[in-house]
Design a protein around this ligand. Structure first.
Ligand SMILES: Nc1ncnc2c1ncn2[C@@H]1O[C@H](COP(=O)(O)OP(=O)(O)OP(=O)(O)O)[C@@H](O)[C@H]1O
Length: 238
């Protein structure tokens, strides 16, 4: 049996004096796993811990069998991990094209700047515009384009649908499905919008208070109203 791409065991993470992750166990062999949970349960801290952005972490983090916990972000990137951070993090003074040029490491891989422009024609139109001149949807496209230019084997997306119009969310959902179904990329999708999570991912894990408390196939979780209420506080209509 090949090693799963990502394996977390007993992951603890502390911010300041506060313990945020309380022993996360998670396995992602391939495809797409969504982590859902209410505000403040530790989803972003989980993404940032995997990427090496949280200094105070303990436990085990294996990527394709290699123990990598505590490695800095540039090493995680070198190992094929990329993140689309919550809040997009574009530079106000750089143009769209400058952002993409900085992100491109190799022109000989599957994702190139041209391909990002083909995928997001809106970004091609805005290539000379600066970060501050972009709409929320355009900034999100840029953040995803930058991550794709790293040609990662594991792509972590932290709340990609936040603040976007339904049309942009639909386009983004189709792209995420294409990435793992047709291109063999593995996706860890963190979403507060559970509809997006179940429509995109194959499996869903629920986080409460810094722990994974439930995991299921996305299709069965989508209709499990009792789980929605128990874990996410959503009513029958969800
Ligand atoms: N620097 C910090 N020091 C102490 N606590 C922090 C710090 N940053 C965040 N927290 C707290 O850590 C908890 C988890 O935050 P995190 O952003 O990981 O949650 P989340 O599930 O991603 O929520 P959201 O969707 O609102 O971003 C929150 O209660 C937050 O207030």
């Amino acid at each position: 049996m090949p090693e799963p791409l990502l394996e977390l065991r007993g992951l603890f993470a502390t911010l300041g004096n506060t313990c945020i992750l309380h022993g996360v166990d998670l396995t992602l062999a391939s495809g797409c796993l969504a982590v859902v949970g209410r505000n403040g349960v530790g989803k972003s801290t989980l993404c940032r811990s995997i990427m090496g952005l949280v200094p105070d972490v303990t436990g085990r983090l294996r990527l394709a069998g290699q123990e990598l916990l505590g490695r800095p972000p540039h090493e995680m990137e070198g190992q094929g991990v990329a993140i689309v951070p919550q809040g997009r993090r574009t530079f106000p003074s750089l143009t769209v094209h400058e952002h993409l040029r900085l992100a491109q490491k190799s022109k000989a891989k599957a994702w190139t700047i041209e391909r990002v422009y083909q995928t997001f024609p809106r970004l091609a139109e805005r290539r000379r515009n600066r970060g501050t001149q972009l709409s929320g949807g355009e900034q999100q496209m840029l953040a995803i384009g930058r991550a794709l230019l790293r040609n990662p084997r594991l792509l972590i997306l932290d709340e990609p649908s936040e603040g976007l119009s339904p049309l942009v969310v639909e386009q983004l959902s189709a792209l995420m499905q294409q990435l793992y179904r047709s291109e063999g990329m593995t996706l860890l999708l963190v979403e507060q919008n559970f509809r997006v999570a179940v429509s995109v991912a194959e499996r869903v894990a629920v986080m409460i208070s810094g722990r994974i408390v439930h995991e299921d196939e996305a299709s069965s979780f989508a209709s499990d109203h009792e789980a929605h209420e128990r874990f996410l506080g959503l009513g029958e209509a969800a």
